[in-house]
Design a protein around this ligand. Structure first.
Ligand code: GLA
Length: 379
C-alpha cells in the first residue's frame, strides 16, 4: 500500500485520498454454471488489485497502471468515454455503468492501479480491477452501493462494454470473499453462505497459456447453453436435477448443445455435493468431484487444452493430492489442486519440473491460504 502511495505522488504530484484493494479468486468447483443459474464455490485469494484515487474538479479521468508504465497517464474526458482497447477499458467501463445508473462521479478522478494477479490466467484479474475502482469511487464520492449491487455493476461493465457475457461469480466473490472461507453462491438467487476451508492446501498452477479467442468461445458456450435451456423449456439449465434432465434431454436436438447441457446439470450437482463434502472436511470426496469436473469441462464443455489436461492429470500422481481441475473460464489459465498441507511444497516443485520437461518452461505456482478482502461496501 505504501509503494502505491509513493507511486501516486510521483505520477500525479499529490497524495491520494483513498486506497482500496480487491482480491482475485479461484473457483474450487462449479465451472461455467454461473450463467446457468447454478451453484459455484469460489474463494478470494490474497492476490488482487490495489487502487489509489483522488478527486479532480475538471471532468477529467486520469488512469495509470504500475503494470503498464509505458502507457503513461491515460486520459479521458467524462464527455467522451470511448474505449481505446487497453487495460484502462475495464475501469472506464465501470465508470460508464455508474454514469448510466445516475451515480454522480462527474467531477473527475485520478486513479492508480497496482496488481499482483497474473492477467488472463483465470484468476479474475478483470473483476478485481473493476471492483477495486468501484470501491475507490464509492468512497471518494460517497456513493450508496450495496455489496450485491457492486457485483452487478461490475458484471454489467463486462457484459455491456467489454464484450464478455460473463456471469456474476467473479465480481461477487471479489466483493464478498472472506478470509479462510469459500463462498457457496447460488447464482440464480444470489443467496450465499461461507464454508470454512479447514485443514487443506489449495495450490494454483498457471499453465501460462492464453487463448486469443477465449472471449468469443466463452460467449459461444453461453449461447449453446441458452439454446439447450430453450429446447428443454426451462429458464436455466441448473434448475433441473440430473434425474429431471435425463427424462427431458431428448428435447435437445443439437448434439453440441446436449453436451453443454449435460456438463451444466451434472456440474451443478457436483457442486452441491462438494459443498457438503467441504462442510464435513471430506477431502477425498471433494477431490473426486473436482477431478470429475475437469473431465466434464474437457470432454463435454470443451474448454480445456493440452497444457491444462497435462497439469490436472499429472497432479493426481502426487501423494497427498485429493483432486485437480482447470479453474475459471478455461482455454488456458490455471489449474486448482487440493491436497494435504504437508504435500504442497513438494507437489509444487515436482509438478513444475514435469511441466517444464514437457512444455519447456516452468509454470508459476501459488500456494494459497484463503484470501481476504479489503472491500468496504454497504452490506
Ligand atoms: C469466467 C467468467 C465467470 C465464469 C467462469 C467460468 O471467469 O467471468 O463468470 O463463467 O469464467 O466458470
Amino acid at each position: 500500500m505504501k509503494a502505491l502511495s509513493l507511486a501516486f505522488i510521483k505520477v500525479y504530484q499529490k497524495e491520494e485520498q483513498v486506497q482500496c484493494f480487491a482480491p482475485g479468486r479461484v473457483n474450487l468447483i462449479g465451472e461455467h454454471i454461473d450463467y446457468n443459474g447454478g451453484y459455484v464455490l469460489p474463494y478470494a485469494i490474497p492476490l488482487g488489485v490495489s487502487c489509489a484515487a483522488s478527486r479532480r474538479n475538471d471532468r477529467m479521468i486520469q488512469l495509470y497502471s504500475c503494470q503498464y508504465p509505458a502507457d503513461g497517464i491515460v486520459t479521458y474526458h467524462l464527455d467522451d468515454l470511448t474505449l481505446k482497447g487497453s487495460w484502462a477499458d475495464y475501469p472506464v467501463s465501470v465508470i460508464k455503468v455508474l454514469l448510466s445508473l445516475g451515480y454522480a462521479v462527474d467531477e473527475g478522478v485520478q486513479l492508480m492501479f497496482d496488481s499482483s494477479l497474473p492477467v488472463g490466467a483465470g484468476l479474475s484479474s478483470s473483476a478485481a480491477i473493476e471492483v477495486a475502482v468501484l470501491s475507490a469511487l464509492k468512497e471518494l464520492f460517497s456513493l450508496s452501493i450495496t455489496n450485491k449491487q457492486a457485483a452487478l455493476i461490475c458484471q454489467w461493465a463486462e457484459n455491456r462494454f467489454m464484450g464478455v457475457n460473463s456471469g456474476i461469480m467473479d465480481p461477487f466473490v471479489s466483493v464478498l470473499g472472506q478470509k479462510n472461507s469459500a463462498v457457496l453462491l447460488h447464482t440464480d438467487t444470489l443467496d450465499y453462505r461461507y464454508i470454512p476451508l479447514g485443514d487443506v492446501a489449495v495450490v494454483i498452477v498457471n499453465s501460462g497459456v492464453k487463448h486469443s479467442l477465449a472471449a468469443s468461445a466463452y460467449n459461444q458456450r453461453r449461447q449453446e447453453c441458452m439454446q439447450a435451456a430453450k429446447d428443454l423449456g426451462v429458464s436455466s439449465l441448473c434448475s433441473l436435477t440430473p434425474e429431471a434432465f435425463e427424462q427431458k434431454k431428448h428435447l435437445i436436438t443439437n448434439p453440441v448443445s446436449l453436451k453443454r447441457a449435460y456438463h451444466a446439470v451434472y456440474e451443478n450437482d457436483r457442486t452441491i455435493r462438494a459443498a457438503k463434502a467441504l462442510e464435513q472436511q471430506d477431502w477425498l470426496s471433494f477431490g473426486q468431484l473436482m477431478t470429475a469436473s475437469h473431465i466434464s469441462l474437457r470432454d463435454a464443455f470443451e474448454v480445456s487444452c493440452e497444457e491444462l489436461d497435462f497439469l490436472a492429470e499429472q497432479a493426481l500422481h502426487w501423494p497427498g493430492v485429493y483432486g485437480a481441475r482447470m479453474t475459471g473460464g478455461g482455454f488456458g489459465g490455471c489449474t486448482v489442486n487440493l491436497m494435504a498441507p504437508s504435500a504442497a511444497e513438494s507437489f509444487s516443485a515436482a509438478l513444475g519440473q514435469w511441466y517444464e520437461q514437457r512444455f519447456g518452461f516452468r509454470p508459476a505456482v501459488y500456494i494459497c491460504a484463503a484470501g481476504h478482502t479489503g472491500i468496504n461496501f454497504v452490506p
